[in-house]
Design a protein around this ligand. Structure first.
Ligand SMILES: *[C@@H]1O[C@H](CO)[C@@H](O)[C@H](O)[C@H]1NC(C)=O
Ligand SMILES: *[C@@H]1O[C@H](CO)[C@@H](O)[C@H](O)[C@H]1NC(C)=O
Ligand SMILES: *[C@@H]1O[C@H](CO)[C@@H](O)[C@H](O)[C@H]1NC(C)=O
Ligand SMILES: *[C@@H]1O[C@H](CO)[C@@H](O)[C@H](O)[C@H]1NC(C)=O
Ligand SMILES: *[C@@H]1O[C@H](CO)[C@@H](O)[C@H](O)[C@H]1NC(C)=O
Ligand SMILES: *[C@@H]1O[C@H](CO)[C@@H](O)[C@H](O)[C@H]1NC(C)=O
Ligand SMILES: *[C@@H]1O[C@H](CO)[C@@H](O)[C@H](O)[C@H]1NC(C)=O
Length: 602
């Protein structure tokens, strides 16, 4: 670690109550370096898309907009026109480019087509010399929406610009369309050269190859990045989002644990598969929910902070009031979070492309296929202000009516144990949760009478410690989810089985000591985090492990970082069964000192 050497613009703490995402109280900070002279490119570590080096069949520029003083005003909405019929496509990639210069907090943004969310993203904090970045996301799963005409595209990014906060976010949104025929598996995700038989695959044109349907299908699945449950894009995507979207954004703003957002849906009785995809982000007093102590701690110590209510949160989904699914979201840290010096120019896991979460509702089709309205509800267990949540209901249709029945449906509430021990400002808070669900339902369609059984085990544990009169905070959170999906036919043969394993461990420590100058403090910060997701199916598999390890120190005054030093190491490993992609990035004080990519499978 280097000696702190960044001179950082001093900003007085302000009452920034209007900020959508930011709050003046730590650990959400504002940084601004004056050191760079040229605009710098920021990035999130991720694997390249198979389409990255391919010329698109066509390109549609959707929006060029500068988000200046956009707080409290309606989001930007423009007409959406699909690509012309002459454009041959099966793969669609959304590109979100942004640039910003000056002083500004990080912001949250969403992109929707007719209320269907395509991307949840957050911005990087700019510098005086400017920053820019690009997010590319395969949005082929929304093909049924993207191919329609007469729709609207909405982008919401609430920003505040004044004499102090000068950063305007300039955003360009476009869609790139590719035909499957044109896409080859790029070298970057092809295994070692020595494995010639595999290497040859990159030369195989996906749709027209003559090797046979099996390989053709296999390759296309991978190329389309369409693992379960989107092996094939849905026939219809119904937004479960705020009806006031055109004026206030399509996300539901959830203020507390009693705040249930609902929407009525009536689905076609030709539906043979249904998946609810949730988009989630947390802000304000819940931006760092995993570090929130109990309410009793805050009350007993007469603290003014609203960041409390314990450190367990879950997004819960109901159908007609009945619990059908739950998600403990990946704790995405925005670029003002914990120590903003960590996130330049590499941002935190998921900051530019927040993960969405799938709840397979197929076994619940028995509750939905009756030509009647049903109410989908979304709430946040233990949540405090505020969460931005919405969902897309993906539906797949058969050629004629299907019949369905839900046989077993056991989705219990999380069993939670809490231990709270504190004396004045020091203490320990432990929350443990467990849940085992099992849902079985059959669907009788033209494919036969197929039974889907979904079993799931979840373990959650959060241990939060406050030491040295509360000046040292440590959190150690673990979350594990194992889902098994088994589809059997009439005679009990398993025709598809899939296992999904998710782990989101997180450790954060923040130690605050008085600084040399009046009103300043020195904070020593650490983050250790992983996003681990594994899918194993019959012929498909995907293993992702993305780790980050950050250590740093900063001198702060109010919520402004005056100086500091930080190191961020990230380790990305991706294997989709066809090949591997690995990247190791090391950033010290904003300078990328190591960035190695390889296609060796470990
Ligand atoms: C900018 O930072 C680098 C090290 O990160 C340092 O060598 C250089 O002197 C700094 N430049 C200015 C103008 O402060
Ligand atoms: C955005 O700007 C580019 C470059 O100036 C232009 O080609 C494109 O048509 C613009 N898109 C829209 C939607 O205005
Ligand atoms: C992005 O939008 C700006 C206007 O806001 C435009 O000047 C610029 O050319 C656009 N860039 C691209 C690549 O479309
Ligand atoms: C579109 O793709 C199909 C199948 O690959 C092909 O037959 C057709 O000629 C293509 N059309 C155009 C305009 O390229
Ligand atoms: C487009 O939508 C408007 C309003 O929903 C409707 O009046 C119009 O007929 C639609 N046009 C087409 C071509 O579908
Ligand atoms: C399926 O839906 C259609 C159209 O809404 C309706 O006419 C039909 O009666 C429904 N069938 C069943 C079995 O509910
Ligand atoms: C993170 O860094 C700490 C301290 O350097 C080290 O002990 C630990 O093994 C690292 N963890 C990972 C996952 O790299």
């Amino acid at each position: 670690m280097k000696i702190p050497n960044l001179i950082i613009l001093l900003l007085l703490p302000v009452f920034f109550t209007t900020s959508l995402q930011s709050s003046p109280s730590p650990p959400h900070f504002l940084k601004s370096t004056t050191n760079d002279t040229t605009p710098k490119q920021y990035f999130e570590v991720t694997h390249p898309l198979p389409t990255d080096d391919v010329t698109p069949s066509c390109f549609v520029s959707l929006l060029n907009h500068s988000f200046a003083n956009t707080y409290g005003i309606p989001p930007v909405t423009v007409n959406y026109t699909p690509p012309p019929p002459t454009c041959n496509w099966t793969i669609a990639v959304l590109e979100f480019r942004a640039q910003c210069k000056g002083e500004q907090y990080d912001r949250i943004a969403g992109v929707w087509i007719d209320g269907v969310e395509l991307l949840r993203t957050s911005t990087a904090q700019p510098t005086e010399s400017g920053i820019f970045w690009k997010v590319r996301k395969d949005v082929s799963r929304y093909s049924s929406v993207i191919s329609q005409s007469n729709l609207t595209l909405t982008v919401m990014l609430e920003n505040l610009v004044n004499d102090e906060f000068t950063g305007i976010y300039h955003v360009n949104v476009s869609l790139l369309f590719y035909s499957a025929t044109s896409v080859r598996v790029p070298l970057s995700i092809v295994p070692l050269e020595s494995e010639a038989h595999l290497l040859n695959r990159k030369l195989i044109s996906i749709e027209n190859n003559e090797i046979g349907d099996k390989l053709d299908q296999f390759d296309r699945d991978i190329v389309l990045n369409s693992l379960y449950p989107y092996n094939k894009p849905a026939d219809l995507v119904v937004p479960i989002s705020a009806s006031a979207g055109v004026n206030e954004g399509f996300w539901f703003r959830i203020e507390d644990e009693f705040d249930v957002k609902t929407q009525k849906v009536k689905i076609s009785n030709r539906t043979y598969k249904a998946v609810l995809e949730l988009y989630v982000s947390f802000h304000g007093n819940d931006e760092f929910w995993y570090m929130n102590p109990s309410d009793s701690y805050v009350e007993t110590n007469h603290l003014s902070t609203g960041r409390a209510h314990g450190a367990y949160r879950e997004v819960l989904v109901t159908i007609d009031g009945k619990l059908v699914g739950d998600v403990v979201p990946f704790p995405v840290i925005f670029t003002g979070g914990i120590n903003p010096l960590f996130w330049e120019p590499v941002v935190s896991i998921g900051a530019f492309n927040l993960p969405s979460y799938d709840i397979d509702l197929t076994p619940f089709l028995g509750l939905l296929l009756d030509d009647k309205d049903h109410t989908i509800g979304i709430k946040v267990a233990d949540g405090i202000s505020f969460w931005l949540v919405d969902a897309n209901l993906h539906l797949w249709f058969d050629c004629s009516d299907v019949k369905a029945q839900t046989v077993t449906s056991k989705v219990p509430s999380m069993e939670i144990q809490r231990k709270t021990e504190f004396e004045l400002l020091d203490g320990e808070f432990e929350i443990k949760g467990e849940r085992e669900s099992e849902v079985t339902g059959w669907v009788y369609s033209s494919a036969g009478n197929l039974q889907t059984q979904l079993t799931e085990k979840i373990k959650f544990k959060n241990k939060l410690k406050f030491k040295d009169q509360g000046t040292k905070k440590e959190v150690d959170q673990k979350y594990k989810r194992k889902t098994k999906i088994k589809i059997t036919n009439e005679i009990g043969q398993v025709i598809e089985s899939l296992e999904v394993k998710i782990k989101y461990p997180l450790k954060v420590s923040i130690e605050t000591k008085p600084g040399l100058d009046v009103d300043t403090s020195v904070m020593t910060t650490k983050v250790e985090q992983e996003r681990s997701e594994r899918f194993y199916g019959g012929k498909e598999s995907m293993v992702l492990s993305h780790k980050q390890n950050c250590t740093g120190l900063m001198v702060v005054k109010g919520s402004s970082v005056l100086s500091g030093s930080a190191e961020n190491q990230q380790n990305y490993n991706y294997n989709d069964g066809l090949g591997c992609y690995a990247r190791v990035v090391d950033v010290v004080d904003g300078v990328v000192v190591g960035d190695d990519t390889s296609s060796i499978c470990v």
